[in-house]
Structure formats: structure tokens, C-alpha cells
Design a protein around this ligand. Structure first.
Ligand code: PBG
Ligand code: ZN
Length: 320
């Protein structure tokens, strides 16, 4: 008889035959940077997540540098928003200032720059709006300008999250033309129009003022289309690709793995909020749930996980 329990007998033997292991280097921690001074503002829907002003960033940078995680994903929250998202591609914008500061303080931490206009537009959409429609091709030059500006201030990886068609090719061209031929692009290739982003929109103050994002983000029903999106970003020049959200989309992660490109999964704000809420009520064991969720994302095929749990998880991991 097959006795599977032989290999489950002790921690030593379980550890020996473990197929999937999480490590600290798999993790990326998102950070929200607000304009202003002496700010450490809690995000109500995301317990233990804060918006920081640059003069208070050291607190989180010290923790991140010590934790062994690979890097940070930076979201700037500008004081000024307008129709054309001008603060997004201002070389002295909040995101640019934050990246310069972080690269100066912690050069070894990778800085991933999210490229999207929604935090910077007055209407909160990810592209240029005309007559209530989010325009695609008119948005590409703005995204390109933003990407170049973020590369200039030291971003290690450029990560477009807007879901306009053709943005990877446009951004690649713009980076190359400006001399950033060695700056990689991590594309949010399969980003679904998900209810799981709600807490993020509180954190980044980026909720759309009208309508929703369904004309550019993907329909959660479409797994095969997700693979076409990923394939097309690879053809346009993406160096790494992403599936987002993570836990409700493990099937997509599994399939995307077969394309043999570095694969990132974004364990998003709503996934985080649900775990934190249940933990605060004493209904689940937060540490075990978090490590199990992250492990599952990795087992499905993700090489890298962006998660608000990154700093906690790094502390909780036994060997990495
Ligand atoms: C900006 C962006 C969003 C997220 C990352 N980049 C929000 C959105 O598309 O509305 C979501 C992250 C999260 O929920 O944790 N386009
Ligand atoms: Zn956006």
C-alpha cells in the first residue's frame, strides 16, 4: 500500500520533501507617498498601511531594508490633480522626489515605479478622457513621458498598470530613445476590473469620478484573453509580466507560467483587507493564513509576489 504518511512523520522529513518554498527575496512591498510634511496617515480600509510624507519615509525604509525583501513598489499621491495628469510626468513630482530619496537612502532596495495616470488625474481615470470616453492612443505619450521621468530619477523597473493597448511598445520606444535601454519593463499584463481594488483607491485617492474601469481593465470571466494580453505584452517588449489580482486568479497564474517569462502576481488591497479584518476579529490565525496565501500564489507559478503583507511575512518566514 502507498503510505503517504511516511513522508509526513516529522517536521524534518516534511521539510525535506517540501515542493514549494517562499523566500523573502520573492516579495515586493507597496508604499504610498503623500505630498506634505510630517504625514503618517492610516488607510482606514487597510489596517497597518499608511501614507507617508518623504520626511517620515525612513521608518518604513529601515524596516524594508532589514527585512530581506527585494524591493518596493511606489505610489505617489500628488497634491495637484488635473485633466492631463501633469504631476505624473513632472521631474519634481511627488513620485519622482520619493524615488530619488529612496534610491539615495537604500540603493540596494529595488524600486519599481507604477506607471498610471489615475492618481494624478482630476477624474481618476487611468487615461485621457474626452466626452466621457477614456482615450487610448492619446494616453500613450503621457505614459511614455511619465516612464522616462521615473527612469531618470532612478527607478529600477518601470511598471505600467493602466491597461491601454500598445503601452508597452510605446514606453519601450520612449525609454530607448532617452537612453534607458537597460531599464526593464514589468507590465501589468492581465489586470482585471476587480472589486478587490477598492481599499487601494482609498489609499491612493484614485477612485474614478464617473463610471468604472471596465473599458480598459479585463473582464474577470476571460482566462484565454488574459493569455493573449500577456503574449502581446511580451511581443511588445515586456521583460516581466503580471497577473492581478492574485488569489481569485490562480488559474491564470498557472497558465501564464508556461510562457516562461518572469511572472509577478499582485496580492491586492482587497485580498489584504479581508485577511486583516478576519484576523482583527480573532476568526483566523493571521500569520498562518498569510503564509498559506503567499505560498499558494507561489505554488500556482508566481516568481514574485507584490503584497502589503511583505514586511510581516518576511519576519514570519522560517527559512529563506
Ligand atoms: C493604478 C493601480 C491600481 C492598483 C495598482 N495600480 C488600482 C486600480 O486599477 O484601480 C491596485 C492595487 C491594489 O488594489 O492593491 N492603476
Ligand atoms: Zn490607473
Amino acid at each position: 500500500m502507498q503510505r503517504f504518511r511516511r513522508l509526513r512523520k516529522s517536521e524534518g522529513i516534511r521539510r525535506l520533501v517540501r515542493e514549494t518554498k517562499l523566500s523573502r527575496s520573492d516579495l515586493i512591498y507597496p508604499v504610498f507617498v503623500a505630498e506634505g510634511k510630517n504625514i503618517k496617515k492610516p488607510v482606514d480600509s487597510m489596517p497597518d498601511v499608511f501614507q507617508y510624507s518623504i520626511d517620515r519615509l525612513d521608518e518604513i525604509l529601515t524596516q524594508a531594508a532589514k527585512s530581506g525583501i527585494s524591493g518596493l513598489l511606489i505610489f505617489g499621491i500628488p497634491a495637484h490633480k488635473d485633466e492631463l495628469a501633469t504631476s505624473a510626468y513632472d521631474d519634481n513630482g511627488i513620485t519622482q522626489q520619493a524615488i530619488r530619496y529612496i534610491k539615495r537612502r537604500c540603493p540596494a532596495l529595488l524600486v519599481i515605479a507604477d506607471v498610471c495616470l489615475c492618481e494624478y488625474t482630476s477624474h481618476g481615470h487611468c487615461g485621457v478622457v474626452k466626452d466621457g470616453v477614456v482615450l487610448n492612443d492619446e494616453t500613450l505619450p503621457l505614459l511614455s513621458e511619465m516612464a522616462v521621468s521615473l527612469a531618470k530619477v532612478g527607478a529600477d523597473i518601470i511598471a505600467p498598470s493602466d491597461m491601454m493597448d500598445g503601452r508597452v511598445a510605446a514606453i519601450r520606444q520612449a525609454l530607448d530613445d532617452s537612453g534607458f535601454i537597460d531599464t526593464p519593463i514589468l507590465s501589468y499584463s492581465a489586470k482585471f476590473a476587480s472589486a478587490y481594488y477598492a481599499p487601494f483607491r482609498d489609499a491612493a485617492q484614485s477612485a474614478p469620478a464617473f463610471g468604472d474601469r471596465k473599458t480598459y481593465q479585463m473582464d474577470p470571466s476571460n482566462g484565454r484573453e488574459a493569455l493573449r494580453e500577456i503574449q502581446s505584452d511580451i511581443e511588445e517588449g515586456a521583460d516581466m509580466v503580471m497577473v492581478k489580482p492574485a488569489l481569485a486568479y490562480l488559474d491564470i497564474i498557472r497558465e501564464a507560467k508556461k510562457l516562461n517569462y518572469p511572472l509577478v502576481a499582485y496580492n491586492v488591497s482587497g485580498e489584504y483587507a479581508m485577511v486583516k479584518a478576519a484576523a482583527q476579529n480573532g476568526w483566523i490565525d493571521e500569520k498562518r493564513i498569510v503564509l498559506e496565501n503567499l505560498l499558494s500564489i507561489k505554488r500556482a507559478g508566481a516568481d514574485v509576489i507584490i503584497t502589503y503583507h511583505a514586511l510581516d511575512a518576511a519576519r514570519w518566514m522560517e527559512d529563506a
